[in-house]
Design a protein around this ligand. Structure first.
Ligand code: ZN
Ligand code: ZN
Length: 415
């Protein structure tokens, strides 16, 4: 028995999305509807009723963990997802390339995303990775650039702590924030905050005169001349899924965050050409890679991000069209394996992202299970509204454990 879990980020919607219908309701989804008819659906609160989920905490919960116990912050998942080796004691951050102007030694933020820089990040990465700190001794600095303005930073050394504030002021025309310990007098946090402040200052010195920034200035584009750090975190204690269930899984995700979360849970990454973590991702290639990987793995987790990107951009038509692509190119490629009894499939979202709100909300999202061990319910459509009447009712998190249960891999609790 093999399993495939698909999480479409920000899948859920509200009736305000498209004249009384959610984007999912308005989308033509014949394959998902057919699986809903042959399988079972319900509503899942990604974390719990009334909790507005971040994508990171929602994924932990859907994968079977209690985010209130294990979550330390987002930066560590970004570092893992981008290929940095994270060890116990390291402190991790997510980073933005940003644009600042210096006046009298103060760095003032002009653009938090350096004009969503699209090329030349390797040059920026090379200037930052391995930088030497002199104010703080014995701290190594690793940096990796990710997509557009995004990156991840890792500090390694004795006596560091994640309990420090961020340097991103979240507003333009404000100075870069100074990192301080969250608790005054915490020596490890003081040392870490000093390292963060030195990294920030040195990032400006290292980046401001680079060739890429001269070129950007000549083209009238904002230079990427500093990094802003947030999401301070360290390696969470997550019992690997393989040791809980005795099964080996893989992840296919274009976005570093999702790949990082899955790696932290013990999954192995599969690289798929054309998997971008955006609306232009190659969904058919992701599905084909997942089916091929089931020769080597017991289950595969596929993450798709375009639904959430479109919703954050408040673009209902793009979200609806992307859902139709998921149905046609991803589900369409997998449905034969489900109907032949080879694969159990779970399909859901990690939260609702309504178009007019443009951010995550707390409503539950529809979830679908299909495969030979799933007792069909009366539902014939896959949507928020139809899922409210589904046979699985409403539950919180735990979608991967439920899928693994259908595949006969759940450990028994008690004797
Ligand atoms: Zn999300
Ligand atoms: Zn989002």
């Amino acid at each position: 028995m093999k399993g495939i879990l698909i999480i479409a980020d920000g899948l859920g919607g509200r009736p305000s999305d498209l004249a009384g219908e959610t984007c999912l309701e308005a989308a033509a989804t014949p394959n998902l509807d057919r699986l809903a008819e042959r399988g079972a659906v319900g509503l899942v609160d990604p974390i719990g009723p009334g909790i507005r989920p971040g994508s990171d905490t929602a994924h932990l919960s859907l994968l079977g963990y209690n985010p209130y116990e294990v979550y330390t912050g987002r930066g560590v998942f970004e570092c893992l997802g981008i290929g940095l080796d994270v060890r116990k004691g390291d402190v991790c951050f997510r980073a933005n390339f940003a644009t600042v102007e210096e006046t009298g030694g103060v760095l003032r933020v002009v653009d938090r995303r350096a004009g969503r820089i699209e090329s030349g990040q390797e040059e920026l990465e090379a200037a930052l990775d391995g930088m030497k700190l002199t104010d703080v001794n014995g701290v190594q600095v690793r940096f990796r650039a990710s997509t557009e303005h995004r990156g991840a930073l890792l500090l390694r050394g004795e006596g560091l702590s994640r309990r420090v504030s961020e340097t991103d002021p979240h507003k333009t025309d404000e100075p870069v924030s100074r990192s301080i310990p969250l608790t005054p007098g915490d020596a490890a946090a003081e040392r870490t905050a000093a390292a963060v402040n030195e990294v920030t200052r040195r990032s400006y010195e290292a980046l401001k005169d680079l060739e890429i920034n001269r070129r950007r200035a000549a083209e009238g584009k904002p230079p990427a001349n500093v990094i802003l750090l947030r999401g301070s975190s360290d390696l969470p204690h997550l019992e690997p899924i393989s040791s809980i269930y005795g099964v080996h899984g893989a992840v296919i995700a274009g976005g570093a965050l999702y790949r990082g979360i899955a790696l932290a849970c013990g999954m192995e990454p599969i690289d798929v050409k054309g998997a971008t973590g955006g609306l232009d991702t190659d969904l058919a290639a992701k599905g084909a890679a997942a089916l091929a990987a089931l020769d080597r793995f017991d289950y595969v987790f596929i993450h798709v991000k375009g639904t959430d990107n479109a919703a954050h951009d408040r673009n209902a038509e793009a979200k609806r069209a992307f859902i139709e692509r998921i149905d046609r190119e991803l589900i369409g490629g997998l449905i034969g394996a489900v109907e032949s009894g080879r694969v159990h499939l779970a399909f859901t979202g990690d939260h609702t992202t309504p178009i007019d709100f443009g951010d995550h909300t707390a409503e539950p999202v529809p979830v679908l299970f299909a495969g030979s061990n799933v007792l069909p319910d009366e539902t014939r459509r896959f949507s928020e509204r139809a899922a409210g009447g589904g046979g699985l009712g409403r539950f919180s998190g735990m979608v991967l454990p439920i899928l693994l249960g259908y595949c006969n891999w759940s450990p028994k609790f008690g004797s």
